[in-house]
Design a protein around this ligand. Structure first.
Ligand SMILES: CC(C)(COP(=O)(O)OP(=O)(O)OC[C@H]1O[C@@H](n2cnc3c(N)ncnc32)[C@H](O)[C@@H]1OP(=O)(O)O)[C@@H](O)C(=O)NCCC(=O)NCCS
Length: 150
């Protein structure tokens, strides 16, 4: 891995197959329709900034991070960002790709004037929680409320 060429770049429309495959490998679920909608929103010309990135290893997309920037939503006056999906193909996990993408995303967000980055982790997803916690994420002062429709 050390000798292989690693490139982090902005997500593009042609990354859809790789992203769907990475997600399917990690979750055992094909979510093409979901990702088609997400790509449409992310790459829409009126969408503010495309903050989503991918990591290529020797020209193959090995991981992706989808994020967004918010200004003024939810009563938060400062610019903030979210990470809503992060995935690394099982063949490439534990080689620092997730950490590299997170570093790049944080650098981009700093450049965009963001001072808080939020993400949601399922309470029992201990691996993902550990990944974020080791990289400085901590429980937020905002709480996530849920209402279950009958
Ligand atoms: C969580 C996830 C994104 C992390 O990606 P990753 O590329 O494996 O992450 P990294 O390699 O940067 O870090 C993972 C671990 O590997 C270790 N690592 C990094 N480089 C390493 C290397 N060269 N050799 C050995 N270990 C290494 C890191 O120290 C880290 O351990 P830590 O969290 O205890 O510090 C990835 O495992 C994944 O896609 N998981 C399944 C999908 C998922 O749950 N997605 C979220 C739902 S949307």
């Amino acid at each position: 891995m050390a000798t292989r060429e690693r490139l982090i770049r902005v997500l593009r429309a042609h990354d859809i197959d790789a992203v769907v495959a990475i997600d399917a490998a990690a979750s055992n679920d094909e979510r093409r329709a979901y990702y088609e909608r997400k790509f449409e929103a992310i790459l829409h010309p009126r969408h503010n900034i495309n903050t989503s990135i991918v990591c290529e290893i020797d020209g193959r997309v090995a991981g992706f991070l989808m994020g967004d920037i918010y200004t003024g939503e939810y009563g938060i006056p400062q610019a903030s960002a979210t990470i809503d999906t992060l995935g690394v193909h099982p063949d490439f996990q534990h080689h620092g790709i997730g950490a590299d993408m997170l570093d790049q995303f944080m650098m981009n967000m700093k450049g965009a004037g963001v001072n808080r980055v939020y993400t949601l982790v399922n309470w029992d997803d201990f691996a993902l929680e550990r990944f974020f916690s080791r990289r400085g994420f901590a429980p937020s002062r905002r709480i996530n409320l849920e209402y279950r429709l009958p």
